[in-house]
Design a protein around this ligand. Sequence first.
Ligand code: 5GP
Length: 290
Amino acid sequence: MALPPQLSAEERARALEIAKNSRQERAQVKGEIHRGVISLPQFLTLAEGNPVLAKMRVAELLESLPGYGKIRAQALMERFDISPTRRVQGLGRHQRAALLKEFQIPSTDPRGRLLVLSGPGGVGKSTVAKALREVPGFWVSISATTREPRFNEVPGFDYFFFTNEDFDQAVAEDQFLEWAEFAGNRYGTPRRAVEEALASGVNVLLEIEIAGAKQVREHSREAHLIFLEPPSWEELVSRLEGRGTDSPERRAARLALAQEELAAASFFDSVIINTEVSEVVEALIRLATS
Ligand code: 5GP
């Protein structure tokens, strides 16, 4: 038998830390499921873009549902032919569909709201999107991109990193709700996850550049388009220039583009000035719930 890899003390500590954070995240979400804050369909949508949640056992998920315990969860798994050790990411298409049907919330207006957050590069869209990920009832779409991952990005969480061939195929199969080229790379919003989230009553945020937002407008009347503006041009310049993750050429290209992008605000349904992230998040929640 192959021996397990030898880890240094530092690697061990880091692995333990990651495992601890994952357990904490799963425990928190199970609590929210138990309190009825997150429904099962909402959880399945969240798990699509979150490897930590996707690794949860189906039994654990069902047992945390309000009014469910081990026995009811087990009976349901037997009914849908789900093995006791199955994890959420291993659910088959039919099992997933059966669970969604079983837990569909009957409501007169079950659809979530589709919010599209756009604006010049560097304005802080991704920081706002990250904060909104913590808000129950919201799901932030995970885009596909052909750009190389940055050192701090997690595949399947920040982006799905596609090869050019994969991206071509996804376009040919009409898998994207919208897609656009930005600074030499392609970015697209996977359609299915967005549709599923909206249909199960979850509000969805797309954090995308301006050409993509315009495409969403062409295909969907229900979308609310929001333009995020910097407090001032100087502020935007300093944010773009301070970005340690971009090369100098990329930063210069982004500045030139940002100047053009700022002119697009009038196309949008709302303009929000990004003075404070928490205020932008509150404004987005108001837009989705009004
Ligand atoms: P970055 O490479 O800095 O992560 O993103 C570059 C730009 O692409 C940002 O303005 C971001 O909002 C945009 N973007 C990210 N995902 C998508 C997407 O799915 N579609 C479109 N059209 N733009 C996206």
